[in-house]
Design a protein around this ligand. Structure first.
Ligand code: FES
Length: 158
């Protein structure tokens, strides 16, 4: 077994941040055209030292084990990052301690990268000042799903 496979196995023994986040600020979903797998990522933001940063991230995967392992690494890595910093991370970087993704597994990492970018896009859209309704606009209303918790949209201040 390669180092990479060994690390994936270790990560899968105790995956981090798995599951739906009820109070998320944004959610991103992507499917892989290569294999048909799907991954969804939730982000919750907070304010730290006057900056809007990711407080926590979680994921649900209908994908392979590599995608789950990368998502586990990535959701840990994202804590404390600004949206801009998070948007710069590519699939290889998101894989963290797993090491370099083997060529056959690159699209698995890209699934995680895609879900993250999608969630960041959703957040950017929802952070646009709404002229008529302030903070009552929820992201969930645009996601064709019923909000289960209270969504709090934290506007970007710069
Ligand atoms: Fe498709 Fe890994 S095989 S995400």
């Amino acid at each position: 077994m390669s180092d990479f496979e060994e690390k994936v196995r270790e990560t899968l023994a105790n995956p981090q941040n798995q599951g739906e986040m009820q109070d998320a600020d944004s959610v991103g979903t992507v499917g892989s055209p290569d294999c048909g797998d799907m991954l969804r990522m939730w982000l919750k933001f907070t304010e730290k030292d006057g900056k809007k940063v990711i407080d926590r991230a979680s994921f649900q995967s209908f994908g392979c084990q590599t995608a789950i392992a990368v998502a586990s690494m990535a959701t840990e890595m994202l804590k404390g990052k600004t949206a801009e910093e998070a948007a710069e991370l590519n699939a290889q970087e998101l894989s963290g301690d797993l090491g370099a993704l083997p060529p056959m597994k690159i699209h698995c990492g890209q699934l995680v990268e895609g879900a993250l970018k999608n969630a960041l896009d959703q957040d950017a859209e929802s952070s646009q000042p709404a002229s008529n309704q302030g903070t009552s606009q929820t992201l969930a209303s645009s996601m064709h799903q019923k909000p289960k918790g209270t969504l709090r949209i934290v506007p970007l201040e710069d």
